[in-house]
Design a protein around this ligand. Sequence first.
Ligand code: SME
Length: 161
Amino acid sequence: MTARTVHEDVKIEAQKLSVAASSANDCMQRISKLLHERMLKYNWVGFYMIEDSSAAAVLVLGPFQGAMTPHTRIPMHQGICGAAASTGKTIVVDDVSKDPRYLACSLETKSEIVAPVFVRGNVVGELDIDSHFPAAFKDEDRELVEYCASLLGQCMEKYGR
Ligand code: SME
């Protein structure tokens, strides 16, 4: 019998949590807590959701785990968060100090991943994770983070926003 990797275990746990969630907000809380607790290099884990009721769409901080960030509202054309949401593509940054788009959240952050959340093919938000370790996000992390983002998308299709 081959042992499952932590990434595989956490995927299974995330799937169970998302099915048990009673709302999209509950799903975000459960998934952010799970990733923060189980993935040792995931030092800040949070969701940003697109608010498009105002004139210009903006990303608004949702449930998160880790230290409070100064970036509670991010315009779509700013930051790594804005780039991921406006292109609908996952962004992995191995060294945030070398990326001119980067908006600093903590001086300790060295690398970051942002994966969009889709509902019926449209980007509605994203899952953002910061690490205190350089190049913390490998292929298996991208797969896990995109999977967790897709679980929220499914939850939002079920419960709405
Ligand atoms: N670093 C992000 C901002 C959000 S904080 O990391 C929580 C960015 O560059 O968009």
